[in-house]
Ligand binder design. Structure first.
Ligand SMILES: NC(=O)c1ccc[n+]([C@@H]2O[C@H](COP(=O)([O-])OP(=O)(O)OC[C@H]3O[C@@H](n4cnc5c(N)ncnc54)[C@H](O)[C@@H]3O)[C@@H](O)[C@H]2O)c1
Length: 243
């Protein structure tokens, strides 16, 4: 336990997922007040975390969540967007548009909407920090053998969104940055266990990234030490993209 984030309120989306839950726990350990947002599964989180059920595909739900968080406390809320879904090995030529809409709806529209709602509140309160969890799949690699053209496209969008918001909001005190993980063993990858050996074989360091390694990068970008980071994307992939 430290007091690195003492006095700070930080909201995390996808908070019940593998990476999101680890980020919540690590921020709690470092003294933050954590608001955990997810559509389901929030009971896995420590009791000290404030849980908020929200569906990021619904504008109404996101707007209501932000309103509730500020209803009784005006302290600015920094944001980590970590919710994401992926199609499970679907060829682009067979992609149903309903699946395209579902993936883009959470991964890009949802992230945009969350940043818009939390960002607006930070702007009127003098600033803050936003960290988007993008992916190496957005820019650094095209994953294989699994086919996930929509996921990759959505994550490229998150990277572009991060840079765009950084330029719009940086001068007004809101730093927007991203962490782009390589492979981490979470429920997101559970349906592709038969591919894990191949992925690890192609990762220079020969292993998955750990939850702690991703959380630490998120913490850095949220912290004062990263005060000069503006639109930075930290690629943490064990060297996967180098091959
Ligand atoms: N695991 C990896 O290898 C990896 C690699 C690169 C990037 N990422 C990214 O990291 C982030 C977290 O991934 P993870 O591995 O923890 O996945 P995960 O599946 O464990 O967690 C994702 C969470 O997002 C939540 N979510 C999904 N749809 C939602 C919605 N409509 N509203 C609110 N919440 C919703 C889920 O309920 C889940 O708790 C994702 O954005 C993912 O794309 C993961």
């Amino acid at each position: 336990m430290t007091d690195r984030f003492a006095g700070r309120r930080i909201a995390v989306t996808g908070a019940a997922g593998g990476i999101g839950a680890a980020i919540c726990a690590s921020l709690l350990d470092e003294g933050a007040r954590v608001h955990a947002l997810d559509v389901k599964g929030l009971e896995v989180l420590p009791a000290a975390v404030d849980t908020v059920e929200v569906d990021l595909t619904s504008e109404e739900s996101v707007v209501a969540a932000v309103r509730r968080l500020y209803a009784t406390d005006d302290t600015p809320i920094d944001l980590v967007t970590c919710a994401g879904i992926v199609e499970n090995d679907v060829a682009a030529e067979d992609m149903p548009m309903s699946l395209y809409d579902a993936v883009m709806g959470v991964n890009l529209r949802g992230v945009f909407m969350t940043c818009r709602e939390f960002g607006r509140e930070l702007l009127v309160r003098g600033g803050g920090a936003i960290v988007n969890v993008a992916s190496m799949s957005g820019n650094a690699v095209v994953n294989h053998p699994q086919r996930q053209s929509v996921y990759n496209t959505s994550k490229a969008g998150v990277s572009a969104l991060t840079r765009s918001l950084a330029v719009e909001w940086g001068p007004r005190g809101v730093r927007v940055n991203a962490v782009s993980p390589g492979y981490v063993d979470t429920p997101l990858n559970a349906l592709k266990k038969h591919m894990h050996d191949k992925w690890l074989g192609e990762t220079v360091l020969g292993r998955f990234g750990t939850l702690r390694e991703i959380s630490a990068a998120v913490q850095y970008l949220l912290s004062e030490e990263a005060a000069f980071c503006c639109g930075t994307e930290l690629l943490i992939d064990g060297g996967f993209s180098l091959r």
